[in-house]
Ligand binder design. Structure first.
Ligand code: COS
Length: 387
């Protein structure tokens, strides 16, 4: 379907597709197998100015919005979700600075993020605070013009590889989520080390590891927004970023669909290509319809955000949940259509299916997305009754 992209948007999409075809597809299986971080692709994305897409021009970026970012993420995800996760998690890490940073903080950090010279990571999750993000225990205690951080963050994408970390920690333990604050922490700060590197089912080209803070002193000026606003920073960041996870889902679903169509056109059984059988056509029809519906929703939400929408928690969660459930369903069906071949590593769909699973888990499980949507509907009902 034609989404009437303007010239710049078409260029961004084409450039991302070119990087995917030339730099990602040839190495994706090997990086997955060896769990290797995609340094060469990061370089290529940096050279193409892709890291600066969503960063304002005054801070060295291209000044585009969520929609352009989604276009790029979709193309990268179609080729390899592991590699696109490195790129998308970088945006997640940068959003707290972009949305809540002071002009000085933006001037200090965003230009090197925009050029891709420095990668960023977002640190919210802990061993006992996943879905219950308000349950974090990492602390930040003010001491003169510094904060002292103690605690461990878990499952942090780009952990170890990123140079800049946006971290949520408690400045007032007695207030729970309302006592959380957001900070910028630089790699190399004494007391900040990396723990276990995770071995994963999918997205194996991306790095996921623990961040360990042990009496880590950071300048007080690295506080983002104000003390007590950390949960809000985290939630607004996730609202912004979840539509991007939706675009990852669209890319993975399209990748699985393309592979299935291609295989079904070539594979002959009972004397005919299997695509001529209605059982296969029905599966492909569902896969194609859901993928297009997911794309239409993700694009609409991204354009809504760029259009200046103030509150988009509900629709961003909708885009994430619908597109990522679609990615899971479509890749499972792609493997099914391809049968034994789909199950083997000779074809990319087994990797796509393993990769897709994380989309229903990270940046808020799809159960949490339904909670967010449900709570928004509930609040609207209450508001309408009062009005
Ligand atoms: N925007 C602005 N404010 C928000 C918000 C949002 N999207 N979501 C919640 N808040 C505010 C609430 O309005 C509330 O404010 P007050 O304290 O002033 O009343 C406060 O934050 C706490 O909200 P709530 O009571 O709804 O928080 P819960 O502890 O019940 O948790 C969920 C809410 C489940 C939505 C949240 O914890 C969540 O998103 N969890 C998933 C976390 C996640 O995505 N993890 C992935 C890690 S990053 S890869």
């Amino acid at each position: 379907m034609d989404y009437f992209l303007n010239e710049e948007q078409q260029m961004i999409k084409d450039l991302a597709r070119q990087i995917a075809n030339e730099k990602i597809i040839p190495i994706r299986a090997e990086l997955d197998e060896k769990e290797t971080f995609p340094y060469e692709v990061v370089d290529a994305l940096a050279k193409a100015d892709m890291f600066g897409l969503f960063i304002p021009e005054e801070y060295g970026g291209l000044g585009k919005g969520s929609f352009e970012l989604c276009l790029a993420v979709e193309q990268l995800s179609k080729a390899c979700l592991g590699i696109s996760t490195v790129y998308a998690a970088n945006a997640l890490g940068a959003y707290p600075i972009l949305l809540f940073g002071t002009d000085e903080q933006k001037k200090k950090y965003l230009p090197s993020i925009a050029t891709g010279k420095k990668l960023v990571a977002f640190g919210l999750t802990e061993a006992n605070a996943g879905s219950d993000a308000g349950g974090i225990q990492t602390t930040a205690v003010k001491d003169g013009n510094e904060y002292i951080l103690n605690g461990t963050k878990q499952w942090i994408t780009n952990g170890g590889e990123a140079s800049i970390y946006t971290i949520i920690a408690l400045t007032d333990k007695s207030k729970g989520a309302r006592g959380a604050s957001a900070f910028i922490v630089e790699k190399g700060t004494p007391g900040f080390t990396f723990g276990k590197k995770e071995k994963k089912m999918g997205i194996r080209a991306s790095s996921t590891c623990e961040l360990v803070f042990n009496d880590c002193r950071i300048p007080a000026e690295n506080l983002l927004s104000a003390e007590g606003r950390g949960f809000l920073v985290a939630m607004k960041t996730l609202d912004q970023s979840r539509v991007g996870v939706g675009s990852q889902g669209v890319g993975v679903a399209q990748g699985g669909l393309d592979e299935a169509v291609n295989f079904a056109s070539m594979r002959v059984q009972f004397g005919k290509p299997i695509i001529s059988f209605q059982a296969i056509q029905h599966m492909l029809a569902n896969m194609a319809a859901k993928t297009e519906a997911a794309r239409a929703l993700v694009y609409s939400v991204a354009r809504y955000i760029d259009g200046g929408a103030k509150d988009f928690s509900k629709v961003s969660a909708m885009a994430k949940v619908f597109a990522t459930d679609t990615a899971m369903e479509v890749t499972v069906d792609a493997v099914q259509i391809m049968g034994g071949s789909g199950y083997m590593k000779d074809y990319p769909v087994e990797k796509m299916m393993r990769d897709a699973k994380i989309l229903q888990i990270y940046e808020g499980t799809n159960q949490i997305q339904r909670n967010v949507i449900g709570q928004c509907i509930f609040k609207e009902v209450v508001k309408n009754k009062k009005g």
